[in-house]
Design a protein around this ligand. Structure first.
Ligand SMILES: [Zn+2]
Length: 317
């Protein structure tokens, strides 16, 4: 195992990604082994090597108290010691450390928090700035490609950004890394016109689909941002409308997969049931259908405020 870093370690994107977790001081146990697996180290080995290289250092006790305790906790401790409780967190911790150093070390001193050295902090900030710039440029290229109908280029823009950061993003990043299946999923988005959204102009449908593709590709939730001012008709908010397009695309994909691979499946509808679930979705929940006669999801008659939350459950009978 590597227990030392090479001298140009701050040029390594994988190291910088892990170090960025320490922008707020953390304990070693906050870092999981899988986060450093690409470096061929355990979390423990990483933090030791980073300390040896002067990138991470353990916070002094006073900084640890300030990072771990709330002011309310500290005041309660003052009270039990019979000392003055007033002042800022820094003042109160200084006073407590003077009055009861062993007690404070006992409570806050184990599992020391690690923080970034100045050099490491500068390198992490620089890396984050470069990553944010690349993210913005890749998203703009991806969005333009979608508008040109070039799904391949839009999927490539995401893949290239993932290569740059070494991290997977997007809805389908973990299940499938091949561009072909990503494009197939985007094509589903371009095909749907969920009834729940009623009548929209063709321009609005296009805008909703571009936005839904961006959410799917980039694993984001703010669909309204990608509508660029387009306001869909109807009672649902822009953000929900985009989500319903994405939802319709994934449910039609599920159905077409089932028709292809398990044509004898029986489908039931499973709805999230809570105080926000509308009567129509409640009624649909638990009904069973043959694959050929399954109703549309999102439920066209749904009146849930945040959109339909029904899902297909495939089984055999
Ligand atoms: Zn509903």
């Amino acid at each position: 195992m590597n227990s030392r870093f090479p001298p140009n370690i701050l040029e390594s994107r994988d190291v910088l990604s892990v170090l960025s977790r320490f922008l707020h001081p953390r304990a070693v146990s906050d870092i999981q082994d899988w986060e450093v697996r690409s470096l061929g180290m355990t979390a423990n080995e990483f933090t030791q090597a980073a300390q040896a290289a002067g990138l991470l250092f353990p916070l002094d006790l006073k900084s640890q108290i300030e990072a771990k305790a709330t002011l309310v906790d500290l005041r309660a401790r003052c009270k039990s010691l019979g000392i003055r409780q007033s002042g800022s967190k820094t003042e109160v911790s200084t006073r407590l450390l003077a009055a009861d150093p062993d007690g404070m070390a006992g409570v806050y001193g184990h599992e020391p928090l690690l923080g970034l050295s100045n050099a490491a902090s500068a390198a992490v900030h620089d890396w984050e700035r470069r990553r944010n710039n690349a993210h913005e440029a890749a998203q703009a290229a991806c969005f333009a490609s979608l508008k040109f109908g070039n799904l391949h280029a839009s999927a490539l823009a995401v893949a290239e950004f993932e290569l740059f950061t070494g991290q997977s993003i997007g809805l389908w990043s973990s299940s499938s890394k091949d561009i072909g299946s990503t494009i197939e999923r985007l094509e589903h988005i371009f095909r749907v016109k969920p009834t729940i959204l009623g009548n929209q102009s063709e321009d609005t449908w296009s805008a909703l689909r571009y936005a839904a593709c961006m959410l799917a590709l980039w694993g984001e939730t703010d669909g309204e941002r990608w509508l660029e001012g387009t306001i869909p008709n109807g009672r649902l908010s822009a953000e929900v409308a985009v989500r319903m397009v994405l939802f319709a695309a994934s449910s039609t994909k599920e159905l077409s997969d089932a028709l292809q691979f398990t044509p004898n499946a029986v489908v039931s509808i499973d709805s999230v049931r809570d105080h926000r679930t509308c009567p129509s979705c409640k009624k649909a929940s638990r009904m069973r259908f043959a694959l050929s006669s399954v109703p549309e999801i999102p439920n066209p008659n749904c009146s849930c405020e945040d959109g339909c939350r029904c899902a297909y459950q495939f089984g055999t009978e």
